[in-house]
Design a protein around this ligand. Structure first.
Ligand code: GLC
Length: 436
């Protein structure tokens, strides 16, 4: 057979085969999530001109077009939208932030490039309402991205699609706004080196108002298919009845992981998740600097991390910097303590998966290879041993990771753990089970 005829035959055969067996692209979700599942702990930073007044970022602005009205107290738009003119965080030092993040045991950082108020923390060419036009002038996103890269932290951009001050937002067919916000994302994914996460935060309007396929194509073409995207690119978009999104679009915007907010997610091992939670507790937020809020304790911070990780999730823990550019001092102290703990006991957190038994109020388990780490946060009040469910693996040996003298018994009904009260750890007693 002449070469071209043979080639034609091969082509035809391939066409016929693929017609009957449509090529299914390999789902790379799990492999691209590997670092995320291993790294567990991210630093969330909410920051912007609202910190000057110590009010909640965006939500303190009087008007929230197309959105929940919020609960106030409010700042009139005219005043809120001019705060940037006096934003001058002279003590901002991205290097110091990222150094602290590293010391605290964070492995990635997600920063509010633009919140719902529409202010951009980088030198965007697409809108004047940005950091270049403040007395500070410097490109905060650039400095942060560089410092994160320097310290080996993965980088994520928080980007709010909802934009309460943009004149084109949801006007007409929304084309102008789509071009604008997709253009902004193009800048963020082009000019700041490697970006690992796009962290969206809600939108309003209807499905027909958006061009999500174009957006995702662009993001993957700029940063590669391994870019992780959370599940909020189209969260709260409505109108599925008159303009239903295709299955492909629904799959895209579902993103790579779930994002329970201000609560610890439920035990879930078949889809990745990340709880985002604030260190500042105050009514109506606490994401940005709120001097009227209270800070969670070291114990609560660590317990939150352990409850999350034993549930097979990640924790994105939020700090709201001061208008000076500094982190709240009490939060820095707590984060450093968490870092010290992780330095000693990080093997029971990083690179593990939650389970095998589901977690509960008492604590939970993490696992790595043949090892199970039992994290005990609460012992039975009456002094009786802790009883856990049955494992389908045989325990060969056990020992305390940060405690001495635990007594572990495995029966067909379950596991029984005893540890005298004086030998228990301050927050989390970790017991290692080596299994067959
Ligand atoms: C909610 C809040 C927003 C915050 C976000 C973080 O969407 O509206 O202010 O940035 O949660 O998850």
């Amino acid at each position: 057979m002449r070469k071209w005829t043979r080639n034609c035959c091969v082509c035809l055969t391939l066409i016929v085969i693929s017609f009957f067996n449509p090529i299914v692209l390999a789902d790379n979700t799990e492999s691209k999530l590997q670092w995320f599942r291993d790294d567990k702990f991210g630093l969330f930073i909410h920051w912007g001109p609202s910190s000057i007044m110590g009010v909640e970022i965006s939500w303190a602005r009087q008007d929230h077009p197309y959105d929940h009205p919020g609960n106030g107290p409010f700042v009139p738009n005219e005043m809120y939208d001019l705060l940037y003119r006096s934003f001058n965080p002279v003590k901002f030092d991205a290097d110091q932030w990222m150094k602290l993040a590293k010391e605290a045991g964070f492995r990635y950082v997600v920063f509010t490039s633009k919140h719902h108020d529409g202010f951009s923390m980088w030198h965007t060419k697409l809108r004047d309402y940005n950091i270049a036009n403040t007395p500070f002038e410097r490109d905060i996103c650039r400095e942060l991205a560089d410092a994160a890269h320097k310290y080996g932290l993965k980088l994520g951009w928080y980007y709010s699609t909802r934009d309460w001050s943009h004149p084109d937002y949801l006007v007409g067919d929304n084309k102008k706004y789509n071009d604008f916000y997709e253009g902004q994302i193009r800048e963020l994914l082009t000019n700041y080196g490697k970006v690992d996460i796009m962290w969206f935060d809600h939108a309003a309007g209807k499905w027909r108002d958006y061009t999500f396929e174009r957006l995702f194509d662009m993001m993957y073409s700029l940063q590669g298919e391994n870019l992780l995207v959370n599940n909020r690119a189209a969260r709260f978009v409505k109108g599925a009845k008159d303009s239903p999104p295709s299955q492909a679009i629904q799959d895209l915007v579902r993103g790579d992981y779930d994002t329970p907010e201000q609560k610890i997610g439920k035990f879930q091992t078949d889809r990745a998740w990340e709880s985002c939670m604030t260190m500042t507790k105050v009514d109506g937020g606490g994401w940005s600097y709120r001097p009227d809020g209270t800070t969670i304790s070291y114990k609560e911070t660590l317990q939150t991390l352990v409850h999350t990780v034993t549930g097979d999730g990640n924790l994105l823990l939020n700090v709201g910097p001061l208008p000076t550019g500094e982190f709240p001092a009490d939060q820095v102290d707590i984060l450093k303590k968490v870092g010290q703990w992780l330095k000693k006991h990080g093997e029971s957190i990083y690179g593990t998966r939650g389970g095998p038994l589901p977690n509960g109020k008492w604590g939970g388990m993490t696992q790595k290879g043949n090892r199970i780490y039992v994290h005990i946060l609460e012992w039975p009040q009456d002094g009786s041993p802790l009883l856990l469910g049955a494992l389908d693996k045989e325990i060969i040996s056990s020992k305390g990771l940060n405690v001495t003298g635990p007594d572990v018994k495995q029966t067909s009904e379950g596991i029984e753990i005893k540890l005298s009260a004086e030998n228990r750890a301050e927050v989390d007693s970790i017991i290692v089970l080596n299994t067959k």
